[in-house]
Design a protein around this ligand. Sequence first.
Ligand code: ZN
Ligand code: CU
Length: 489
Amino acid sequence: MSQAAGEKKMEKFDVVIRDGRLIDGTGAPAQAMDVAISGERIAAIAVPQDSGHWLGALEIDASDRVLAPGFIDVHTHDDNAVLINPAMAAKISQGVTTVIVGNCGISLAPITDIDPPPPLNLLGGRESFHYESMAVYLAAVEAARPSVNVAALVGHGTLRVGRMDDLNRTATADEIADMRDKLAASLAAGAIGLSTGLHYKTSDAADMEEVIALAEVVSATGGIYTTHMRNEADHIMASLQETQTTAQRANVPVVVSHHKCSGPANWGRSGETLAFIEEARNSVTMGLDAYPYAAGSTVLDPDWVNDQIRIMITTSEPHPEASGRDLADIAAEWDCSLKEAAIRLSPGGAIYFQIDEADMQRILAYPPTMIGSDGLPHDEHPHPRLWGTFPRVLGLYCRELGLFDLETAVHKMTGLPAKTFGLADRGTVQVGAFADLVVFDPARIIDRATFEKPLQQSIGIDYVLVNGTLSLLQGNLCPERAGQVVRNH
Ligand code: ZN
Ligand code: CU
């Protein structure tokens, strides 16, 4: 055959992914596109008719599949997990390629030599807290080379525990000055912002002025402020107002973490809260994240238990055998009150069935809502969100229940979070971007982790690439790990 005019010379790439339906993460409609990768980055994107001359050292057939940016888990407590379990199977198996750690005011750095009070103990025990600076922590993440990229927030709770001798009051001017210095040093080392957990006992005595004084430091660096608000129940509107005022006065973009209306008395109020957020977005940069379950999970606190909702134990130091059991059953067996049982089970963790499914769906469907798992990797019997969040959104809430189209679902877990958190060259499929990619079957993708059996891998994810390196192949983890630290500059 003679060389036809227009036939091109072979072009070589490390990886070529062919015949997939490309959903690029921006929210734009899917298109049939082939993608080529050189090194860590996307080198070329073309319609299949124009990529016949491409040759990949690795060729991936994505026919009947969706090719999308790797998912960004905006709300995690993986600070320690990425170090001690860098394979990060729970995340990479869902198509997650980047995790944001340090949420809810809880970060592993900068702090040393503490017996971590709840909720800092969600990250591990005393032996886990030995990073005196964010620079040292991020270097340790780089050395561990987890399978996923890591961006870190600085926890307000961590700063308080590290500086204050009494957590039951607001910080003094000297303490605030020292916390500001630590925060500034952490941001200079590459942390992307500040988180608070104003609901927790480490931080609930902090007033808004204390938080604003810290959030101002973030403003100067172009970072972000995320908040587990003071109240997600009866006083949720006051907390949303506080969040807006804080963002406004500190001049910083804010993300409302794991937005929910907690407790039966507040079920149905998401119409009210989303209307507030919609209005607030006219004056401040406000985003939010949510997980696709009608139950939350955190530390077990005897002050939070009541008989209005089901509570399941996820972990208990004195009674590990209680993991996976309902608190009510344990209390009945011990012939004591729920509170007494919770006291005996502490320190520990629990799942609180405190959310209304209709509220959760309304929040999930709200266009600015991003997806964040809030998974707790150290629990013995964790909330299923740890292993199931992203496939559940794509399989159950997108495909089966039709809450949004696939392009929107992907945008909520890729382009939108990358833009919100300032993750440069990630979250969309474009030439020059990092090759964080996932190939999945839109007809089959689904979570399998349940409240009863939470440690189950999702299905329907064929390939995951992190910085150009194949990291998951037909559901199996690859030996090579290629995650990087994502810094704010
Ligand atoms: Zn939280
Ligand atoms: Cu959290």
